[in-house]
Design a protein around this ligand. Structure first.
Ligand code: EPU
Length: 396
């Protein structure tokens, strides 16, 4: 088990920081490399655990992955035919492994993937992905924890409407559709998260034909081949919000660089409502939180709404904003995992169904905490930063 010992601070953080490339942009882009015969170069790569796991997954499938951590670059080359099995040991540690299904199906007409199962955020079904593949002409069956998918005659263009916006569902269906034969594919009610737009942009630069014909509707005309290119991934809006929140928690001042402020429109509106001073430029955000802050009411929703990934971070911040704040989580069923740990630090949070009521306190105190997923961990770390000495342990 890993452990952090954090000494909280009354001093406001000060400084400026460059934001890394977006993990959730990097993962689908890496998976999409399966579609290419040429080399794909991805720049501005954040070398976090999931990215390394995706490197391992691509290597297990037969890709050659060259890493330069110093230059933040990954090069992926596919000299040989891929293996068509996505193994359990890799998908069980990183749910984004399901993103290999779409490109494998598109290029090889079949694949076999371990079922991803649930995760720390609650049940994580992939029925939208599978029903979408079915609409494109694939059949699937589930046997001994594996999903076998095949489209004997190759995937064919068709229409699919997502019952609910899904980020990886959208990316998977886009990747499955780039080589479809026959009529164009129309995907409706898609995710328009910046990371999905980054994937579309990358694929179009490589020769795909993906066009928006409505706010959440795209048309994809199948092509025969993609050409390998180099692409720099966008900045990570969740990391940017994490840094901004650190300044809010400590009533400090921060500038985050290399991030498009548009990716955080809803989040910045919330911070402004709370009383933070915010200045935005093309690719930076400056925040000053030295005024008295006010409580807020926030609902999470798909982009351009307030991101569910940023919710646990805001939750921690609100524990020290005097008054009653309310959060409604509308994406996942189990996203308040940091709440009981923040309560151990002295916070007042009560959860009823998907609604959290937070009564802001002046002080939090140190305690030992335990954590699970990425955002929960940062939420607790932020609580610890706003308190006296705290110990945060990570579950392995
Ligand atoms: N859903 C279904 N069926 C599906 C797919 C999704 O019912 O087939 C439901 C989910 O259960 C959930 C909702 O639809 O209630 C949205 O889930 P979505 O598919 O959008 O989530 P995801 O694609 O699995 C991505 C990010 C998550 C982020 C969510 C929501 C990646 C690799 N992961 O997950 O990021 O929380 O979108 O924005 O892009 C993180 O970075 O820490 C993280 C968990």
């Amino acid at each position: 088990m890993q452990k952090y010992i954090i000494k909280g601070s009354n001093k406001g953080v000060r400084g400026s920081v460059d934001i890394s490339g977006a993990k959730n942009s990097c993962l689908p882009l890496m998976a999409s490399s399966i579609l290419f015969e040429d080399t794909v170069t991805i720049k501005n790569v954040p070398f976090v655990k999931d990215v390394i796991t995706m490197c391992n997954l691509l290597e297990a499938l037969g890709s050659k992955v060259q890493i330069s951590e110093k230059n933040k670059i990954i090069k992926i080359t596919n000299k040989k035919k891929h293996k068509l099995i996505i193994p359990y040991r890799l998908i069980s540690t990183m749910r984004a492994g399901v993103l290999a299904m779409g490109p494998l199906l598109a290029r090889y007409k079949s694949c076999r993937s371990a079922m991803s199962g649930g995760c720390a955020l609650g049940p994580r079904p992939i029925n939208f992905h599978l029903n979408g593949f079915k609409k494109l002409g694939a059949n699937f069956n589930i046997n001994k924890g594996y999903i076998n998918i095949s489209a004997k005659k190759g995937l064919k263009g068709n229409e699919f409407k997502f019952p609910k916006v899904s980020v990886t569902g959208t990316s998977n269906l886009i990747m499955a559709s780039v080589f479809t034969k026959g009529k164009p594919t129309t995907l409706k009610n898609i995710s328009i998260e910046p990371e999905v737009l980054d994937l579309i942009n990358f694929l179009n630069k490589s020769g795909s034909k993906i066009h928006f014909i409505g706010k959440r509707t795209i048309k994809i005309n199948g092509v025969n081949k993609l050409k390998g290119i180099s692409h720099e991934i966008i900045g990570d809006r969740i990391e940017a919000f994490s840094y901004l929140s650190t300044a809010v928690m400590t009533r400090g001042k921060i500038k985050v660089n290399k991030i498009n402020p548009k990716y955080l429109t809803s989040e910045l509106q919330v911070l402004k409502k709370m009383g933070c001073e915010i200045k935005i430029k093309n690719s930076s955000i400056e925040l000053n939180a030295n005024k008295r802050l006010k409580p807020v009411k926030v609902k999470t929703s798909p982009y351009p709404g307030f991101a569910t990934d940023n919710m646990p971070i805001l939750l921690a911040v609100l524990t020290k904003v005097k008054g009653k704040s309310i959060i409604k989580e509308q994406i996942f069923t189990n996203r308040y995992m940091s709440a009981p740990e923040l309560v151990r630090l002295g916070a007042s949070i009560s959860i009823k169904s998907n609604k959290a009521t937070i009564i802001g306190k002046e002080k939090l105190y140190g305690a030992e905490c335990i954590s699970s997923d990425l955002r929960t961990t940062f939420s607790i770390i932020l609580g610890a930063i706003g308190s006296q000495l705290s110990i945060v342990c990570f579950m392995d």
